[in-house]
Design a protein around this ligand. Structure first.
Ligand SMILES: Nc1ncnc2c1ncn2[C@@H]1O[C@H](COP(=O)(O)OP(=O)(O)OP(=O)(O)O)[C@@H](O)[C@H]1O
Ligand SMILES: [Mn+2]
Ligand SMILES: [Mn+2]
Length: 661
């Protein structure tokens, strides 16, 4: 890229040097644009270097130990060069600015790709990624380097979706690890915490049992994390938050465990995530390779030389059977074509075949197309004194139909909405009289919000988005009602809805119905919505004034002939306008005291109080998906009879130490 290497090309201490990577940059050659990730140990920016888009990793350096760490990471990065490893282009290794400049990888990290975008790769893509990673690790190990933090969040994908291993913050030379063991440490007499922080590195769910047992970290632990990560790639679920639990693993997977219990289960009971198997179309040879990688005994795990060889022969076998398949396919598709004409009409009835999600998505698409025409951004920064505070988000969700036969809850997760780095939105919809309204709204509402973002304040945009979603759904139903037999005339599906919108340091929660959002602030739950139930006097009055009927029926106050318990909703057009779609909205200024948000459908709040939610999370691995699952499972155990959907959004970075214990 034509950056001149200024001799001597060494760091200021002289411990790092490189022939090809410039270690000194003229300040005019680079600039930092916006931050794209805030980790526990660094901030990663999008930036430019000599006009080229790059990722700039700027470690947080507060102690001299941190600076040692920077030099250690740099020494390693100067040594490695492999297509499966994130490419270091240049470095600024002089005080006060310590920065790594990396090739920019456009398609995010694998964790976001799988769990935020909900990407489901096909088997060819999985195998290509697995092979490239295995080769990168084979190379690293051949150089005597152990990575120690292999996990999907540290696997970056380029445009072609090829993986590049990144984050050498914990990597080390094999021989330097040999000196550290529980024995040598014990004699030094330091408190236990120090040992854990320094040596129990990585993220709990990817950690090999020997590390959890506080034995020494060897290169064999990389194979373990590799196995867990590839299994996650195949199943698409975060380890131990799996719905597809097999009977034998089920007891522990009920999520009734704390970090310590999970550790104990992994170490002593040999607990592992549910293995990707034939039900997902995963061939046996791949399943058994994963099993070998996560064997409890490090000596039984294959080396990366073995793994690459095994993958080679798996790919080989696959290519051969593919050739056979193609000839079979040609034959059978010809047959289907012949039958096609006679078969029409024998499919599902029309009513069943309406896909309400995609109807909603169409509205969303139309709305966003309209919004794209204006160049305006989402609520651009105004002149009025904005605070510097920006929450650092991580999010996860869990949804289960619980004891019900069908699932009528839906939700959406839209962090960094429309590529706005400081605008995020999350929502839950709890359907009744069918799932149609919930399915429609989860897709339509974000699109409407977007349309109003250029003309309305966040408050008003949320309000209008709820109202417009309700109108769009009614129109959609009405037009179906005109087609004979399309939908039943007396069918009036509805849903409650809650949406949380974060715009920089402000949080807006809009609610219609009995989903609920709480904020954990300085360890205490702060409710951000009030349930709209007919049992509330104000709501009962409002409904009656608007022409609705509220009666005590069976066990509680209910609205109309439909006997609805909630007094606000989207849909329910037989009860409009009394049961309004107009939300109540709260506005909260966020600050460092704010820890996380919990949003959930009434299936959770029926049996768990706000305070209990906070104390359960206190006791759970600080991973939002796990917290969500733990809460939902707890609610199910306590006898909740409803569908349960939970979203947890952390607002502060969770340090590596907290993630472990
Ligand atoms: N070269 C890159 N191109 C695009 N995105 C990147 C790049 N490097 C890092 N990122 C983004 O920044 C995130 C954090 O990077 P990295 O893991 O190197 O930082 P960290 O501070 O060590 O984080 P952690 O909290 O995981 O220890 C990555 O998960 C990825 O989303
Ligand atoms: Mn990382
Ligand atoms: Mn790191």
């Amino acid at each position: 890229m034509g950056i001149e290497i200024v001799e001597p090309n060494t760091c200021i201490r002289g411990c790092c040097s490189s022939k090809s990577i410039p270690l000194h940059l003229p300040p005019s050659s680079y600039s930092l644009l916006s931050p794209i990730a805030r980790g526990a140990e660094s901030v990663v920016y999008e930036g430019t270097l000599n006009g080229k888009k790059v990722a700039v990793k700027k470690p947080v350096l507060s102690t001299s130990e941190d600076i040692d760490k920077f030099h250690k990471e740099l020494q390693l990065l100067c040594k490695v060069d492999h297509p499966g490893i994130a490419t270091l282009i240049a470095v600024h290794a002089k005080p006060p600015n310590y920065m790594f400049f990396f090739e920019f990888y456009e398609s995010r990290n694998l964790a976001e790709k799988l769990h935020v975008e909900e990407w489901s790769p096909n088997m060819d893509q999985v195998l290509a990624i697995t092979m490239q990673l295995a080769k990168a690790l084979q190379y690293l190990h051949s150089q005597g380097i152990v990575h120690r933090d292999i996990k999907p969040a540290n696997i970056l994908l380029d445009r072609e979706l090829s993986p590049h291993l990144s984050d050498f913050g914990l990597a080390a030379y094999k021989e330097t690890l040999k000196g550290v063991s529980v024995e040598t440490w014990k004699s030094s007499g330091k408190p236990t915490g120090g040992f854990h922080k320094k040596n129990m590195v990585g993220t709990l769910i990817y950690m090999a049992p020997e590390i959890l047992k506080k034995q020494v970290h060897t290169e064999k632990s990389d194979m373990y994390s590799f196995g867990i990560s590839i299994n996650e790639l195949l199943t698409g679920v975060v380890p131990y938050t799996d719905l597809r639990a097999e009977a034998q693993a089920h007891t522990v997977l009920e999520m009734n465990y704390t970090e310590q219990q999970l550790t104990a289960a992994v170490v002593s009971d040999g607990l592992r995530p549910v293995l990707a198997g034939p039900d997902l179309g995963v061939p046996d040879d791949i399943s058994s390779l994963i099993k070998k990688c996560w064997d409890g005994n490090p000596h039984n795990r294959p080396s990366f030389n073995d793994i690459v060889m095994e993958l080679d022969s798996i790919l080989d076998r696959r290519n051969r059977t593919k050739e056979e398949d193609i000839s079979i396919e040609k034959f059978s598709s010809a047959q289907i074509d012949n039958n096609h004409v006679t078969e029409t009409g024998s499919f599902l009835s029309y009513q069943e075949s309406i896909n309400w999600s995609s109807q909603g998505a169409q509205f969303s698409k139309k709305a966003s197309l309209a919004a794209d025409n204006s160049v305006t951004r989402f609520w651009p920064e105004t002149a009025s004194v904005p605070s510097d505070y920006r929450p650092t988000l991580s999010w996860g969700s869990f949804a289960t139909c619980g004891r019900r036969e069908s699932m009528e809850d839906t939700h959406f997760l839209l962090p960094h909405m429309c590529n706005e780095k400081d605008v995020h939105m999350f929502g839950i919809f709890d359907g009744h009289r069918g799932a149609a309204a919930a399915e429609f709204s989860a897709r339509a509402l974000p699109g409407f919000l977007q349309t109003f973002s250029s003309t309305h304040s966040p408050n008003n945009a949320l309000f209008e988005a709820f109202v417009e979603t309700d109108i769009a759904f009614k129109n959609e139903l009405d037009s179906r009602r005109k087609i004979r037999g399309a939908v039943q005339k007396d069918w009036h599906p509805g849903c409650t809805a809650i949406a949380a919108l974060i715009v920089r340091d402000k949080l807006f929660v809009a609610n219609a119905g009995d989903c609920r959002t709480i904020l954990c602030r300085a360890g205490q739950p702060l409710p951000l919505s009030i349930d709209h139930l007919a049992s509330r006097i104000e709501e009962r009055d409002r409904v009656t004034k608007a022409g609705g009927q509220v009666k005590w029926q069976v066990d509680t106050w209910r609205v109309g002939v439909a006997a609805l318990q909630v007094t606000r909703s989207i849909g329910d057009d037989d009860l409009k306008p009394a049961v309004t779609a107009e939300p109540e909205i709260t506005e909260t200024l966020l600050s460092v005291e704010d820890e996380y948000l919990v949003m959930a459908s009434d299936g959770l709040w029926d049996v768990i109080s706000n305070e209990e939610v906070v104390s359960i999370i206190r006791d759970t691995v600080k991973e939002p998906g796990m917290c969500s699952k733990r809460l939902a499972t707890e609610a199910a155990e306590r006898g909740s009879k409803d569908n349960i959907t939970v979203i947890v959004v952390f607002l502060r970075p969770v340090s590596t130490a907290e993630r472990i214990y």
